[in-house]
Design a protein around this ligand. Structure first.
Ligand SMILES: Cc1cc2nc3c(=O)[nH]c(=O)nc-3n(C[C@H](O)[C@H](O)[C@H](O)COP(=O)(O)OP(=O)(O)OC[C@H]3O[C@@H](n4cnc5c(N)ncnc54)[C@H](O)[C@@H]3O)c2cc1C
Length: 388
């Protein structure tokens, strides 16, 4: 057998195989945890091997490694505040739109399902802002990117390392008019789990959930704070106090392949990599901002040229790969698979209230509660003083 069926649990779900298959005999179907996996119609498959050749997990695209590292902030402080980290994604995306190009990234649809979409106008870029801590649906996106590239348009594609690697594998060659931006990633929970969780939250709040922001800066500034909204209610707090978010932060609910991720290292897949610059308050306290600070890795010459062109709207200080890795474990290894992952999805398709209480809910410890009350800027100052 020479098709994607041999991949099994290591599949990252990028859909490159489905989109490359000349016989269209691969479809993605939901497994019992709510993750999508490829299923091959063996009666149509001719074992040509295209799916295997273009799978980023089986044939990982080459990377030259990181060239430059920065701590950075977007000068538009309002936009930075609405973003996850320092808001650097926005000027990168704007530069493509200004050339008449198109930007691909992850947005919520009207049902709060995370999907990759194409954005053509600056006014729509806000849809891509904000990390959605759930696996996004890439159906048909790589084919659309390819047709835009072949038509000569500038394209920026953003996504997790595996999604960018999937695009590169699917395309099979570089395009001068393509810029890729990958984000450092812990791992992704199942879309079905998130859908059920939102429904559960809606029941608790008495009204359907209209928005769920995993990284709201509205109440507490930059950190791991959520904000959930219905038509009449707004509720927010530490991610550690929200059962779904807590399970995510503790690596309990990820796709199996995430624990064996090929892209959790410094051989980055994007021209530019974005992440949170956690710990900037200790390394460079005066650069810390309540609106967030991005970690930026510039990985290719194309990335370097783009970065240089944005000098006027981004505030940056130099950093190093060592500092980046120290603060971001997923730049050196995949997330650790906890033992409870074996059974974490058991029962999630049944009575969801008891599922949440039994599998996801964790009583926040007093230490965690007290820690979350201390502003990050103050933590930095205290650590700085203790060092002296
Ligand atoms: C699942 C996930 C795990 C992450 N884990 C880490 C981590 O361990 N350490 C760390 O430092 N940073 C992590 N990040 C990245 C970080 O949260 C920010 O996305 C990144 O710093 C960019 O911030 P920004 O302010 O420049 O952009 P924003 O304006 O917030 O832009 C968000 C960008 O993220 C993309 N995006 C959002 N949700 C998804 C998704 N579900 N799938 C694919 N792409 C998505 C959008 O397309 C857009 O390009 C993670 C992000 C996600 C989605």
């Amino acid at each position: 057998m020479n098709n994607i069926s041999i991949l099994g649990n290591d599949c990252c779900g990028c859909t490159a195989c489905e989109q490359i298959c000349p016989k269209k005999c691969i479809t993605f179907k939901e497994n019992n945890e709510g993750f999508m996996y490829p299923v091959v119609d063996e009666s149509v498959c001719v074992n040509c091997g295209a799916c295997v050749k273009h799978c980023p997990v089986m044939t990982t695209p080459h990377s030259d490694g990181v060239q430059n590292v920065y701590a950075s902030k977007y000068c538009d402080t309002q936009k930075a505040k609405e973003s996850t980290s320092g808001g650097i994604f926005i000027p990168l995306a704007k530069s493509t739109l200004e050339k008449g190009g198109v930007v691909f990234g992850c947005a919520y649809d009207e049902n709060l399902v995370a999907r990759h979409i194409a954005v053509e106008k600056e006014a729509d870029l806000h849809k891509l802002q904000g990390s959605k801590y759930v696996q996004s649906d890439l159906s048909g996106i790589y084919s659309r990117v390819k047709s835009e590239l072949k038509g000569g348009r500038n394209v920026l594609f953003s996504g997790t390392g595996c999604q960018v690697a999937g695009l590169r594998s699917f395309l099979g060659k570089d395009f001068d008019n393509l810029i890729t931006v990958d984000i450092v990633c812990h791992g992704v929970p199942s879309p079905k789990l998130f859908e059920k969780y939102l429904c559960y939250l809606g029941n608790k709040l008495g009204e359907p959930v209209k928005s769920y922001n995993f990284r709201s800066k509205k109440r507490h500034g930059w950190g791991l704070f959520y904000e959930v909204e219905t038509d009449n209610i707004g509720k927010g707090g530490s991610g550690f106090d929200d059962p779904y978010y807590n399970a995510f932060l503790n690596c309990k609910t990820y796709r199996e392949g995430c624990y064996n991720c090929r892209f959790a290292n410094c051989d980055r897949q994007g021209d530019i990599t974005l992440a949170d610059f956690w710990g900037i308050e200790y390394i460079n306290p005066s650069f810390y901002s309540e609106n967030g600070v991005s970690l930026v890795l510039v990985n290719t010459d194309k990335g370097k040229r783009l970065w240089k062109s944005l000098e006027n709207c981004i505030e940056s200080v130099d950093s190093t790969v060592e500092q980046a890795v120290q603060m971001n474990k997923n730049l050196s290894s995949p997330s650790h698979r906890p033992e409870c992952r074996d059974t974490i999805y058991d029962g999630f398709d049944g009575d969801f209230d008891s599922y949440v209480m039994q599998k996801l809910y964790v009583k926040p410890s007093l230490k965690r509660k007290l820690k979350s009350l201390v502003p990050v800027s103050l933590k930095g100052r205290i650590k700085h003083m203790l060092k002296k």
